[in-house]
Design a protein around this ligand. Structure first.
Ligand code: PEP
Ligand code: MG
Length: 837
């Protein structure tokens, strides 16, 4: 690692106002400075001259970087730069005039860091023009010494800038590309140098790859610091960005966990003894077919140098095309698979914007390498660093980087276009590969590729996520054993168990076909049924809503069979931006949501801030115990500046005809409900708006127990089982260590749900559920049996829930609920899943 700037570049090594006769004299002058300062042996001057004969060291924008040949690096005694400033310029090559000659003495890998500093400087033409004529050597020293190497932790303890704040990473899956790119976007808005430090490792938050390389995991402490005129503003903005992403990150992780839980059913058991290869289960389902093995040969990219100017243009063009292509892919994926999956390609596009990748590639090109070779080498180098951190999240990002890298390669040289998925056999096959890129996977035709087995990768990789969405059974991380397989071999892939069974006999095949036919029939029934109402066999209809927050999510929710929105978490409108949305902005969103739903029922939850959802720009006081603090209704009642514009926006939308119901979160006492009702009614009268049903969330045991009193004054209840479980079992819903114990099917929670339904019934109120358990088919069945008449869930969960309810009679569901209430543990309740009503 190079020492910090000033050490690398002593001021004495800068010669101002030089007038060398020609290029050779300029190089000799610079070389002499390095020799005189003891940085290199005398022979290095000849080595520099020889380099000129084989490579162009003109970097561009008036900067040349003469340096010795690679084989002469032993002549370098220590790292250093000698700079000769030539205000009148010296001709370096035809049409190329150098004003700053930067002679480099650098050992092996330190070389690239020096080059990076220079190529960064190249992007600032104004500064370069000043450096060419300045009589202030310090200015040159500062410009060349200010950029610390970003690719790894400094050898000595990293320090912080003058202003700072500490933050504990609370993104459950650590700092991955999507949130990191939001950090970068914010940090880049400010001139202040900034640093994110975790122990001795530090990175510039304006640099995506450097940030990712910190490998930050949940629970780790970071100090984020800045200095300079806008340091305070930069820190405040970055803090707002960082904390505002927490809620979404947590919601995503909870969704992934609940999907994984649902997927954890036993796989197929072969009747006979079959040889098999095991990996990690990545996407459930059984595939029976012949293997198509994509050989493990690594692509060799020929090193074909072209003139630097042409190379830079080619790289630029390839990057632009790739960005356009990723945009199109994201749009297409959003339509086919949903916005979350499309986000994968948006994050990939962000990786492309990383200046380090581009700078490092340019440096290799300046050193005389071809564009494709330089790009590939850079991608591989960074991907290896990411994979080498030993963090599975980052290893998955390495796959993304290689994927995006290959796309760019295909634009630099069409002959290098991704080859993996060409030449698929005509009949449906099970694809065996070292790894598959997310874009290969998203582009798969599930009628031709019926299963995927990869040697590398993990179940959290984007490839695995996409395979699940596409419904293609997959195993990942199967290891080298996969490469000994011969194409055309008959096999059975069990994506549920993560096993690839080889050469099954007729009995195995028959058993697998029966198993798969049963599953396929179940899936087909679900799909067909998703448009039908969730009516039990004896005629009780359960309303099925979607939990969505933005109008553009409505179409997908309806397509999945949702009949309206059962929970619109409006805090996301506040969390995703750096300022409180105005009444007019909110009004526009509620209206748009209602229109996107075609006038169907829309239950809007008033702002639920506090607990795990912190909004930096609201400047709320720090609480020791935020889940037990001023959150939900408690905050709304203390902050009329937040509550009233929201209510006005909602009533205005209702006045326009929107089918809106308003719901208040975290109600603990009757007084809160009465106060909120009164404020709502006052606002309604002021606006001359129609009466809108006012409901409350039941999320606190106190509310469940007092349901009857509350029901007298609430038009409906919606049970927030996520919070109700946390408060009943006294388990922080965010605590990863206790995650397996947070079970909404715990009998204590179920009894509180029963108490809620009983209390509501006294006053003829309906009860819905919008917590996570409503989206699990078995949970939904139980809730319906307990008397809940509306269930709201993430859109993807709708078909499975509807199918389960339609397959049951209400009488059986009630009997199931009775049994569950009598159970002694959550496990006992879950064990009832076998006794399907
Ligand atoms: C709940 O607590 O179950 C709920 C739906 O609200 P949130 O998850 O937003 O706290
Ligand atoms: Mg809640």
């Amino acid at each position: 690692m190079l020492p910090a700037g000033s050490e690398l570049l002593p001021i004495t090594m800068i010669r101002l106002g030089a007038r060398p006769a020609d290029k050779a004299a300029a190089i000799a002058e610079a070389a002499q400075m390095l020799v005189a300062a003891g940085y290199v042996d005398a022979g290095y001057a000849q080595s520099m001259a020889r380099r000129e004969a084989v490579a162009n060291t003109f970097l561009g924008s008036g900067v040349a970087i003469p340096h010795g040949l690679g084989e002469d690096r032993h002549m370098v005694r220590k790292n250093g730069l000698a700079i000769v400033q030539i205000p009148d310029g010296v001709t370096w090559n035809e049409d190329q005039t150098a004003h700053l000659v930067v002679a480099i003495a650098a050992q092996s890998d330190t070389h690239i860091t020096v080059l990076r500093r220079l190529t960064r400087l190249l992007q600032d033409s104004e500064l370069l023009a000043r450096l060419a004529t300045t009589d202030d050597a310090a200015l040159i020293a500062q410009a060349l010494g200010s950029d610390e190497p970003a690719e790894a932790a400094p050898a000595q303890a990293a320090t912080d800038f003058a202003s700072s704040f500490d933050w504990t990473v609370d993104y459950p899956t650590g700092l991955h590309a999507r949130p990191a790119s939001a950090w970068v976007e914010t940090a880049r808005r400010f001139a202040a140098p900034m640093r994110v430090r975790n122990g001795n490792a530090a990175a510039d938050p304006k640099n995506l790859i450097a940030l990712l390389q910190l490998g930050l995991r949940a629970g780790e402490q970071v100090t984020i610091s800045a200095e300079g005129a806008d340091a305070e503003a930069a820190l405040a903005a970055l803090r707002a960005t960082i904390t505002s992403l927490s809620a979404q990150e947590k919601a995503d992780a909870a969704l992934a966990a609940s999907r994984a839980k649902q997927a954890a059913r036993p796989g197929w058991t072969p009747p006979g003894a079959l040889s098999s290869i095991s990996g990690a289960a990545a996407a459930p389902g059984l595939a029976i077919g012949r293997l198509h093995v994509i050989s493990a040969t690594t692509e060799t990219i020929e090193d074909r140098p072209i003139p630097l100017v042409d190379g830079a243009a080619l790289l630029q063009e390839a990057l632009t095309h790739t960005r356009q292509q990723l945009q199109a892919l994201a749009d297409d994926t959003a339509r086919r698979l949903g916005a979350t999956d499309a986000g994968i390609f948006k994050a990939q596009a962000e990786l492309l914007g990383d200046t380090d990748l581009i700078t490092q590639t340019c440096q290799l090109m300046v050193e005389g390498h071809g564009v494709a070779w330089a790009w590939h080498a850079t991608i591989e180098r960074v991907a290896e660093q990411l994979a080498g951190v030993g963090n599975p999240v980052l290893a998955a990002r390495a796959a993304d980087l290689r994927d995006v890298g290959r796309r760019v390669l295909g634009h630099i040289d069409p002959a290098l276009k991704a080859r993996s998925l060409r030449d698929l056999p005509d009949e449906p096959c099970i694809l065996v590969a070292v790894d598959l890129s997310p874009s290969d996977t998203a582009g798969l035709d599930p009628s031709r590729v019926i299963g995927i087995a990869t040697a590398q990768g993990g179940p959290t990789s984007h490839t695995a996520i996409l395979a699940r969405t596409l419904g293609v059974p997959a195993l990942v991380g199967g290891g080298a054993a996969l490469f000994d397989l011969t194409g055309g071999t008959l096999a059975i892939l069990d994506g549920q168990a993560g096993r690839l069974y080889l050469q099954p006999d007729e009995a195995d095949l028959a058993s697998a076909r029966t198993f798969e036919a049963a599953r396929a029939a179940e899936r087909a029934r679900e799909e067909e049924a998703r448009a039908l109402p969730a009516r039990t066999t004896d005629g009780t209809e359960i309303s099925i809503g979607a939990n969505i927050n933005l109008p553009d999510q409505a179409a997908f929710a309806l397509a999945q069979g949702a009949e309206g929105v059962g929970l619109m978490r409006t805090e996301f409108l506040f969390l995703e931006r750096s300022a409180t949305p105005s009444e007019d902005e909110q009004y526009a969103i509620y209206r748009a949501m209602s229109q996107a739903l075609g006038g169907r029922q829309l239950i809007v939850r008033a702002l639920d801030i506090g607990g795990d959802k912190q909004v930096a720009h609201l400047d709320l006081p720090h609480e020791e115990n935020p889940f037990l603090g001023v959150r939900g209704a408690r905050l709304l009642l203390r902050r009329p500046d937040l509550l009233e514009p929201q209510l006005r926006a909602l009533y205005r939308a209702a006045k326009d005809g929107a089918e809106i119901l308003i719901m208040f979160p975290m109600i603990t006492s009757l007084g809160e409900l009465l106060a909120l009702r009164q404020i709502s009614e006052r606002i309604r009268e002021e606006l001359d708006a129609p009466i809108v049903p006012l409901g409350i969330m039941i999320e606190v045991p106190a509310a469940a127990i007092q349901a009857e009193s509350l029901a007298r004054h609430a038009d409906f209840f919606s049970i927030g089982t996520n919070d109700l479980t946390q408060y009943t079992l006294a388990i922080d819903r965010q605590n990863p260590q206790l995650a397996p114990e947070v079970d909404s099917l715990h009998p204590a929670v179920l009894r509180l749900i029963k108490a809620t339904v009983d209390g509501a019934r006294v006053h003829g109120r309906w009860v819905g559920v919008c917590g996570g358990i409503a989206g699990e088919p078995f949970g939904a069945a139980l809730l319906a049996g307990l008397g809940c008449s509306e269930l709201s869930m993430t859109p993807r969960e709708v078909p499975g829930v509807k199918a389960r309810l339609r397959a049951s009679s209400m009488a059986d569901l009630k009997a199931l609920a009775e049994k569950a209430l009598a159970c002694e543990s959550g496990e006992d309740v879950r064990a009832l899943d076998g006794d399907r009503p």
